[in-house]
Design a protein around this ligand. Structure first.
Ligand SMILES: *Cc1c(COP(=O)(O)O)cnc(C)c1O
Length: 495
């Protein structure tokens, strides 16, 4: 059976169900499978490729302490009519690339891909491991994870879900989605700080032995719905396998042909899933890592130095306004030859010096990554250009990806077929889309939704219909140092 081990070399060895419940390793590392499984694209899959079948196959390989029927149940419950497109993940050819549309789920962003299934995996894990405590899920969000986690976990038996978002770091529509969330077990707090403050705060809570004891004494254990949880990462691998197979099915490529992947990147979870797919046997050639003005990853890929001693920018692609990309730790683990000691040293240096540098050997191993970034203006120009060229609507994050892809092609002349992860509906960042297309300025952010509808003749996704009339149910704004107090308040309320 596969074992889940820490990226920081500690000697924990868990079943996947245990790793999913626990979220983070005891030595603060992230859980990774002791070995990444292989697939044979010829033998393992049959046409016509269906999303649920691929997801089931991939998740089974990683989470082999689950029975096939347990995984099937999770997959069938997750990827159903909640998704507005029957294919779940349409792959669309536009402007010289293939867009993997990951945003047709319940909250109109790609986080739904994993957070639709995580609650099922978690409750199944709790059953298997005979977990008697309630699981209290702490989530830091740059905007999209929060809503997707709230929707996924609302009223799920045995769970409590608490979300922290940066008060001024999310779009109006993202904010309204979260603060209007219904459900008995949902709790939402705005914090006075940015996403990194929220994520660091959550990690501190995990690390606090005394606080863990307090939670334990009150019948809870802590877990995470962020992409540090391996239960969230692995379902994301599935859509890269699926997208590649779809290119074969539509005769765009021959089986075995190399393909590039472009991912608008923040916490590095999505692009890491593509990297795992490559290790499994999907012939991805270049990983094009696209950032906004918070270009710490661009610099890292180009120099080998990860340095967060720099200003934090609030941009029009807020879900990528991040300086500490948690999942990069899992990449470091792979490129160091799975050397937990080295990773531990680098992570130590990141928290004490706010920077670290990888070895030359490790740099050699990231030659298949290309890093680039787009400014806010370039993002707006790209949305306009793609819409004018092909009437295709892309959100600000996906525009960052397309811009960096364009730069890559111009710089290298590489015309390899390319997949672009399209991560959100334009309607979630409606004011930017409206700005790009030269629509009128509005005071009420929801007016932009109407304006886009009028302009394009489309309708907003189900996820956002009626949102403007929903009551605000959560209006706590707290200091970033007060996250523990907020959790204590939840525990007291729920007694
Ligand atoms: C979360 C998010 C990203 C970044 O994904 P990571 O896995 O954190 O790198 C990009 N775009 C959108 C719309 C997102 O919500």
């Amino acid at each position: 059976m596969r074992e889940y081990i820490s990226t920081r070399g500690g000697n924990e060895k868990l079943r996947s169900a245990q790793a999913i419940i626990q979220g983070l390793a005891k030595d603060r590392g992230l859980f990774v499978p002791n070995e990444i499984p292989h697939i044979d694209l010829n033998a393992d899959f049959t046409k016509p490729y269906k999303y649920r079948d691929i997801a089931e196959y991939v998740i089974n390989l990683f989470f082999d302490d689950f029975s096939a029927s347990e995984i099937k149940k999770c997959v069938d419950n997750a990827y159903d009519e909640k998704f507005e497109k029957e294919e779940i993940v349409p792959v669309q050819k536009h402007c010289g690339a293939f867009f993997i549309e990951l945003y047709h789920g319940r909250t109109a962003a790609f986080k739904d891909m994993a957070l639709s299934i995580l609650p099922y995996l978690l409750t199944e894990s709790m059953k298997k491991e005979k977990e008697m405590k309630k699981v209290c899920i702490l989530t830091a969000t740059s905007g999209d994870t929060g809503k997707a986690a709230l929707e996924g976990f609302r009223d799920v038996e045995g769970t409590e879900i608490i979300v922290f978002f940066p008060e001024n770091g999310v779009s109006e529509i993202q904010k309204r989605q979260m603060v209007s969330q219904e459900g008995k077990n949902v709790h939402v707090f705005a914090i006075k700080g940015n996403f990194d403050d929220a994520q660091t705060g959550v990690k501190k809570v995990f690390d606090d032995a005394e606080f863990n004891k307090y939670m334990n004494d009150n019948g809870y254990r802590l877990s995470s719905a962020n992409s540090i949880n391996v239960g969230r990462l692995i379902p994301q691998v599935a859509y890269y396998v699926y997208a590649y197979l779809k290119l074969i099915e539509s005769s765009e490529i021959k089986n075995g042909e190399s393909v590039n992947v472009v991912v608008p990147t923040g916490n590095f979870g999505n692009i890491l899933a593509a990297y795992y797919a490559k290790i499994m046997g999907v012939p991805f050639k270049k990983f094009i890592c696209a950032s906004n003005e918070n270009r710490v990853l661009t610099d890292f890929i180009n120099t080998g130095l990860y340095d967060i001693n720099r200003d934090f920018h609030v941009t029009n692609s807020p879900s990528m306004d991040i300086l500490i990309s948690s999942n990069l730790e899992r990449l470091l683990f792979e490129i160091s030859g799975r050397d937990g000691e080295i990773v531990k040293k680098m992570m130590g240096s990141l928290s004490s010096e706010r920077k670290y540098e990888i070895t030359n050997q490790m740099r050699d191993k990231i030659r298949d990554f290309y890093g680039g970034f787009a400014t806010e203006n370039e993002t707006i120009d790209t949305i306009k250009k793609v819409y004018e060229d092909e009437n295709y609507m892309i959100d600000t994050h996906t525009a960052v990806a397309y811009k960096v892809y364009d730069d890559y092609r111009n710089e290298t002349g590489d015309e390899t077929k390319t997949l672009i992860a399209s991560t959100a509906s334009v309607y979630k960042f409606a004011s930017s889309f409206a700005e790009a297309l030269g629509m009128n300025k509005q005071k009420d952010p929801f007016m932009y939704i109407d304006e886009i509808n009028d302009f394009t003749g489309e309708n907003e996704p189900r996820a956002l219909q009626g949102l403007r009339n929903r009551a605000v149910l959560h209006n706590d704004v707290i200091e970033k140092e007060s996250m523990k107090r907020a959790i204590r308040k939840v525990v007291a309320e729920r007694k």
